[in-house]
Design a protein. Sequence first.
Length: 153
Amino acid sequence: MIEIQDLQNLTKEAIIDLLLEEGSQSIEVYVPKSTQLFSSTKENIAIDYAYLAFAGQKLFEASADFLYEKVPVTTHESVEFSITYADITKLADTLLLISYGYGNAPDDEEFSYNEFVEEFISDVESDTITPACEYFFDIYTEYINDSGEEEED
C-alpha cells in the first residue's frame, strides 16, 4: 500500500525502493480526497475531483491492470487505486508526478501541477483522450459547471 501524501521529500529512486519493498507488482495506491459535500465549495469539490481524475489517468497509463474505488462527494476518505504494473520506473515517475499535487515539492520552481491537470481536462473535453476514471471526471464537470451559480447566490 502506498499513500501519495507519504511520498513527500522522496526521490524517484526512493520510490522505486518503496515499490520493491511491497514485494508484488500488484499494489494499492491511496490518493487523498480533501473535500466533502456541504463542507466545501462546489469549485473546491470540482478541483478535488479533477486532481483525482488526473491521478487515476496517470496510474492507468502506468498500469497493466487498473481498478479504482468510486468515492462519492458526500464521503471524506482517500481513493483506492488497485494496479498491477510491468514497468517499475514508469510507475515511480508517475507516483512522483502525482505526489506533486499532494504536498511534495518539485525541484523545478516553475513546475505547475495545475497545468498538467488543466491539459488533461482539455484533452478529455476535446475527445483527445477518454478518462480512465470517468466517474471522477463527471463529478468534476458537474461541480465546475455549478460553481458559477454558487457565486451568484
